[in-house]
Design a protein around this ligand. Structure first.
Ligand code: ARG
Ligand code: ZN
Length: 887
């Protein structure tokens, strides 16, 4: 491999040429597909007379190239494996026509044009369009497209592309064609084409201005009954975007296509969204509450991109968070508004902690707007997406819902139809609110999770309460020294009876920083913390309060407060901010787990703090709390979260301690847990609404606790729940509960489940994932065996993520001290890389934090990484992750 080239944000240059219109023609065939591209090119202001026109192209066979109708001769252009260059194109507007030949049926990378279960489909983001034809494949080149598709009518009765269908008809030789026109300018990454045998569920939506939009969800005919929830989600999203942001859909047709083989979750191609099956297809019998919720969120997400991403797009790929952070924020808000806000917030913050914090503390740490990349596909990360969404959320925390809306309105007013940067978004937010947020842009350029330390003190004589805040952003690769950032810290002060104190005035550096605007007391105020150290002084505080800090998780930081254990138990019982109630429990659990880990390492007998058991018991018994909130509040922090807090991560100790606490809680809270299982059964038909999901969540969480004890009564109970379940949520949870302990019961249940569901590939994927993530000893052998199971397929990303991804996400077995887990992954990464570099690269990331472990594990993991980087023909995708992990 040539040494892969790193691309830098600081090198951005506007394109020399713009494309006004692009007319594509596809002749889809079994052996080859011929793509004819006619482009109207206009030289940009900077082009001058001599600028060459450089087009991207990858795995293409060039057939011909014409300028203004005349075929170019060999010396007039240059082609290599990545580019096509015209050295002296005309200095005025001209027509370019390029014919290429491609082989979608051989394309296992699943980018560009490829085949999935016999149908043609595309995935162009980020840089897949260059695998279709030679093009300036960059998001700041926006053009109007038409697309004519020709194909065999029997094999490919349905022909779809972006925009409106303007013509269709039959052709000779059993073929037919369709001509599509997209009236909106778009970058190449939003182009899409689908051709195949698909049925559709059709519905319609009347927009706020009265336009009737036809909605179609396309999938193989037998799956059509499973598209009802996705259609519901789409209509809900369309309505929500009108109500909350005043954003209306802009065409008469909106299509969603379901594809079994897909690298990512879904793709927002203009009016032709493409989804992997798991994120569309659902029925109560085959999908869990988690699946239903994911469908709602992702259908919303892709739909919301129509404005945040498509109408206003990114200038370059470094700005990815401009559309993704913002759109994740929008889908989070959408799901919150349709469900339960606190529970959704807890889920989103947990995701950030479990997946993003480790990334931000490892060798792949990057700011939400990276400074460089080798393969852009490696930067579709939890940092760009989830931390990016937290950064957007901070604007809303600062400006309030109406201020945030004003900022959004101004953003669209200024930039509709443009490809812009994160600064443009920041400027719209600040200008619309007549505000400045000093040091806020640091969130876009500095990596690493800031640590905020808080020291509090109360002075009874002056009735003042002070919070001394300090911040520290840890060093990350390439960024040894950090600047202070703007951190909004939402605070409430809780009095001794558990009530919020009215807050009237807060001073920082002697000057009034926050006060309620209309003279009314407020109970939560947002401190604008923007220096390395800053003291905030609350006046008129009659007694020593317990501060409730960072309410609703107002900034993506690690909080290190001086709250005592007593304070935390108090907040767990009485904070009016429900998120912080949960958080208090988590902080307690993390502290407890860490101290038990130390005990375990010193071979001391483990003893569970009875106050912790009491705290959990009172949450469990509190009937005024939301049931899903209870389920979350009685769930211990993940093993990764605890390992993250250790000097040297010890997966065995953390696993042992987490299991110990789980079983100890189960023993001590047996009666309450059992009561919760029994009282939360239901005989009603499955419904997707918060109350029923909350009920199932609580029941399933309690069942898992009880079954962990492996006592005959509880095994019986779990078996009973498994057999009597009428929906997948409860059936699968019971199966998971049963399979915690190795033995005949487990084996029988897993076999029974497979036999029952072997014809539903999405359920089979769950079955793979459940076994892959199992913590039973020596699980690597089982996973190895499943690789050759007839239902497994290395070419299908969903199955790879379930089985291999699942295995690597389960610490005890992946980090087995004998290196068996590492060896397993090392071998599979090389195999996968030959098939699909994007998927291989996601898998190899599991190695990236190898330095966190002990010397023995370090050596074993490092050996695998070294073996990988030295392999012949390695993709740039895997090379980037593996080499940065070793650096
Ligand atoms: N834009 C898609 C989304 O909605 C993600 C597609 C990225 N695909 C890729 N191969 N990098 O989040
Ligand atoms: Zn997205």
């Amino acid at each position: 491999m040539d040494v892969p080239k790193e691309i830098f944000l600081k090198d951005y240059k506007a394109p020399d040429y713009y494309f006004d219109t692009v007319d594509l023609q596809f002749q889809l065939g079994e052996e080859k597909t011929i793509v004819t591209s006619k482009i109207v090119v206009s030289p940009g202001v900077e082009a001058g007379i001599s600028a060459p026109l450089v087009l991207h192209g990858h795995d293409l066979k060039l057939i011909s190239i014409k300028v203004n109708g005349t075929e170019l001769k060999g010396e007039e252009y240059k082609v290599n494996s990545r580019h096509l260059m015209l050295s002296t194109p005309p200095a005025v507007v001209f027509n370019l026509e390029i014919v290429t030949e491609i082989y979608p049926q051989l394309n296992t990378s699943l980018e560009g044009l490829y085949k999935s279960t016999g149908n043609f489909c595309t995935q162009c983001e980020a840089e897949g369009f260059r695998k279709i034809t030679y093009f300036q494949d960059r998001p700041d080149v926006m053009a109007k497209y038409t697309c004519r598709i020709e194909a065999d009518k029997t094999l490919y009765p349905v022909l779809l592309s972006n925009g409106n269908l303007i013509e269709q008809g039959d052709l000779e030789g059993g073929k037919h064609y369709a001509l599509w026109e997209d009236p909106f300018k778009k970058p190449s990454y939003l182009f899409a084409l689908v051709a195949g045998q698909l049925g559709c569920r059709e519905d319609s939506f009347v927009t706020c201005s009265g336009r009737n939009v036809t909605l179609r969800i396309w999938t193989p005919a037998q799956d059509l009954p499973k598209t009802a929830h996705a259609m519901y989600s789409l209509k809900a999203a369309m309505k929500w975007d009108e109500e909350v942001f005043g954003l209306e859909y802009d065409l008469d047709l909106f299509n969603i296509v379901v594809v079994p083989d897909f690298n990512m979750g879904a793709m927002e191609n203009k009016s032709l969204n493409i989804f992997q099956s798991r994120l569309v297809l659902a029925s109560p019998e085959t999908a869990t509450d988690g699946d239903y919720a994911a469908i709602l969120g992702v259908v919303g997400h892709e739909y919301f991109h129509n404005w945040t991403g498509n109408r206003v797009t990114c200038r370059d790929w470094f700005q990815l968070t401009l559309k993704e952070g913002l759109t994740v924020f929008r889908d989070q808000e959408f799901s919150s508004d349709l469900g339960c806000r606190t529970v959704k917030r807890i889920a989103d913050v947990s995701k950030l902690r479990i997946y993003q914090f480790p990334q931000d503390a490892g060798p792949m740490a990057h700011p939400i707007r990276p400074h460089s990349y080798i393969k852009m596909d490696n930067f579709y990360t939890v940092t760009v997406y989830e931390k990016g969404a937290e950064v957007v959320r901070m604007y809303k925390t600062m400006f309030g819902a109406s201020g945030f809306r004003k900022g959004m309105d101004l953003y669209f007013k200024r930039h509709d139809g443009q490809a812009v940067t994160c600064e443009d978004f920041y400027a719209a937010m600040c200008d619309a609110n007549n505000a400045q947020l000093p040091n806020f842009l640091q969130w876009y350029s500095q990596a690493g999770t800031p640590i905020v330390k808080v020291a509090s003190s109360y002075d009874p004589s002056s009735q003042t309460f002070s919070l001394k805040l300090s911040q520290e952003v840890p060093p990350t690769p390439g960024q040894p020294v950090k600047e202070p950032m703007f951190i909004p810290v939402a605070v409430g002060l809780v009095d001794s009876t558990g009530k919020d104190m009215p807050l009237t005035s807060v001073y920082s550096d002697g000057s009034l920083q926050t006060v309620s605007t209309d003279g009314q007391p407020v109970f939560t105020t947002v401190l604008q913390f923007k220096k390395k150290e800053e003291e905030f002084m609350f006046k008129n505080i009659p007694e020593r309060p317990v501060p409730s800090l960072l309410r609703g998780y107002s900034a993506p930081v690690r909080l290190d407060s001086d709250l005592s254990e007593g304070d935390l138990f108090f907040l767990l019982a009485s904070d009016s901010d429900e998120f912080n109630r949960w958080e208090a429990g988590q902080v307690l659990a993390r502290k407890l787990m860490l101290s038990l880990v130390a005990d375990f390492q010193q071979q001391k007998t483990l003893v569970l703090n009875p106050k912790f058991v009491d705290g959990i018991r009172s949450i469990l018994r509190n009937t005024s709390l939301d049931k899903e909130f209870i389920a979350k509040a009685i769930t211990l922090p993940g093993q990764g979260e605890i390992m993250d807090m250790m000097e040297v991560a010890d997966p065995d100790a953390v696993h042992a301690v987490r299991n110990f606490i789980k079983k100890e809680l189960a023993v001590q809270l047996k009666d309450d847990l059992l009561a919760a299982v029994k009282s939360n059964r239901s005989s009603e038909a499955y419904t997707f609404n918060h109350d029923s999901m909350a009920r199932r969540a609580l029941k399933n969480t309690c069942l898992a606790y009880l079954a962990s004890l492996n006592e005959p009564d509880f095994v019986e109970l779990a078996l009973h729940e498994y057999k009597s379940a009428t929906n997948m949520t409860e059936q699968f949870a019971a199966l998971a509960a049963l399979s915690q302990n190795p033995g005949q019961v487990r084996d029988d249940a897993l076999l029974d489940f497979y036999n029952k569901w072997q014809h539903e590939y999405l359920v089979v994927s769950k079955w793979f994932a459940l076994q892959a993530t199992s913590e039973i000893p020596g699980n690597v052998a089982n996973v190895q065996k499943l690789l050759s199971h007839p239902a497994f397929d290395l070419r299908n990303p969903n199955k790879v993520y379930s089985l291999i991804g699942g295995f690597c996400g389960s610490p005890v077995n992946f980090h087995a001290k004998d290196g068996s887990g590492y060896k397993f992954l090392g071998e599979i990464v090389l195999q996968l890389d030959k098939i699909n570099p994007q998927v291989a690269s996601r898998m190899v990331s599991a190695f990236s934090r190898w330095r966190r472990y002990d010397k023995t594990r370090q050596a074993l993991a490092k050996a695998q990484l070294e073996m990988i980087v030295s392999a012949n023909g390695l993709s740039e995708n895997v090379f980037e992750i593996a080499s940065k992990s070793l650096a």
